[in-house]
Ligand binder design. Structure first.
Ligand code: GLA
Length: 407
């Protein structure tokens, strides 16, 4: 017992001397799956195993999804030394065996904890046990930690998240560190050196434009979350991402809404963490989640988040500069009516002060590809005319002539 305490204290001291987050992780936004949106507290080892199998069988892994993340409610009690154990009924084989199972399929395992004494689901949190918990997760083979913010009255958020960052670093196993304090303490201003992603808003709900009250807090539909992202793009980049929350694709919205949600998260360079049941998803849901060209926009190596260029009474136009001089562009129809769009490239100026890129449609001719139908829409020499159905998008990639550097 004493020896363990000494080890933990020594590790803490060593960590403070050279504290940092693990660099070189999440150079593009993390992709994977998380249990919360569909299963809430109903997690167990069977679900995790079957999900890992489904990631492979459905082609999700090959499309880039890597992390299998267990959210809240995996925890049991602490042992007599204070080390946390998984719930013995839900995870009878233990976490090490589960990590081995996930790793054997070429995937990585994620886990969840909380900076307070108890998690949002009322399980033991990491407060006062940060170094012990980080050691255990390293021992089990955990690759990703989502760290929540319930029961943290009186705690300073940057300090609490730094403590866990240092604990993870001291434990020595590279872990993607996901800061989840719902944007309350402006994590985009301090999160860059602490974690690899930070939630920018409250919890998502599988609806287009709703607010669902839960007493002291609310969860939000896709558009509500989207509207909370304005002004944040300058803070994101490789290794440090804004996180508008996990995906609700396949969790009850219409196919168009799912497509729009996924498109907009890709325009935002958001983490793509599927939140549905991968074992039973429909062909339509799978088609949304595994659209490689939309995923490629999300995962673009330039790591530059998109921005809203125009809002015309519920019809929005978004741009995102991509590597190699290309651009992603998305027409988002927020409204319940079909909207006709016309975009006359030659008369528009698309300039991004943050990336210092401009599309220069008067000088550069781009080929236009519809990323949801795969069809070629010609070039930017001629104005684009199209219709966008209600709650849907038209998402295109503008391909610069090769050899033409983007400016
Ligand atoms: C908070 C988080 C959610 C989820 C739950 C788990 O609400 O924001 O994403 O992790 O806690 O209890």
């Amino acid at each position: 017992m004493k020896l363990r305490v000494i080890i933990v204290v020594a590790l803490a001291a060593a960590a403070t001397a050279r504290a940092q987050k693990f660099e070189g992780l999440a150079t593009t936004p993390p992709m994977g799956w998380n249990s919360w949106n569909q299963f809430g507290c109903a997690v167990d080892e069977r679900l995790v195993r079957e999900t890992a199998d489904a990631m492979v069988a459905t082609g999700m892994r090959d499309a880039g999804y890597l992390y299998v993340n267990i959210d809240d409610c995996w925890q049991g009690t602490r042992d007599e030394h204070g080390f946390l154990r998984p719930d013995p009924e839900r995870f009878p084989s233990g976490m090490k065996a589960l990590a081995d199972y996930v790793h054997a399929r070429g995937l990585k395992l994620g886990i969840y904890s909380d900076a307070g004494a108890t998690t949002c689901g009322g399980r033991p949190g990491s407060r006062g046990h940060e170094y012990q918990d980080a050691l255990k997760w390293a021992e089990w083979g955990v690759d990703y930690l989502k760290y929540d913010w319930c029961d943290t009255e009186g705690l300073n958020a940057p300090a609490a998240y730094r403590t866990m960052r240092d604990a993870l670093f001291a434990a020595g196993r590279p872990v993607v560190f996901s800061i989840c304090e719902w944007g309350d303490n402006r994590p985009w201003t301090w999160g860059r050196d602490v974690g690899h992603l930070w939630r920018t808003a409250g919890d998502i709900h599988a609806c287009w434009d709703c607010e669902v009250g839960h007493g002291t807090w609310s969860s939000w539909g896709v558009l509500r979350i989207l509207d909370k992202q304005h002004g944040l793009r300058i803070h994101a980049g490789p290794g440090h991402w804004n996180d508008p929350d996990m995906l609700e694709v396949g969790n009850g919205m219409t196919e168009a809404e799912d497509r729009a949600h996924f498109s907009m998260w890709s325009m935002l360079a958001a983490p793509l963490l599927a939140g549905n049941d991968l074992r039973s998803m429909s062909t339509a849901t799978k088609a949304v989640l595994t659209n490689r060209e939309v995923v490629a926009v999300d995962q673009d190596p330039l790591g530059m988040q998109g921005w809203r260029f125009l809002n015309d009474a519920g019809l929005e136009i978004w741009f995102r500069p991509l590597a190699d001089g290309d651009w992603a562009m998305c027409f988002l129809n927020r409204t319940a009516a079909t909207r006709a769009v016309r975009f006359d490239w030659r008369s528009e100026t698309v300039r991004d002060d943050h990336s210092k890129r401009a599309a220069e449609f008067d000088r550069v001719i781009y080929r236009i590809k519809n990323l949801w139908t795969g069809s070629d829409l010609g070039t930017t020499e001629k104005a684009l005319g199209a219709e966008v159905p209600p709650h849907d998008v038209l998402m295109v990639r503008l391909a610069a002539p090769k050899g033409e550097a983007g400016r």
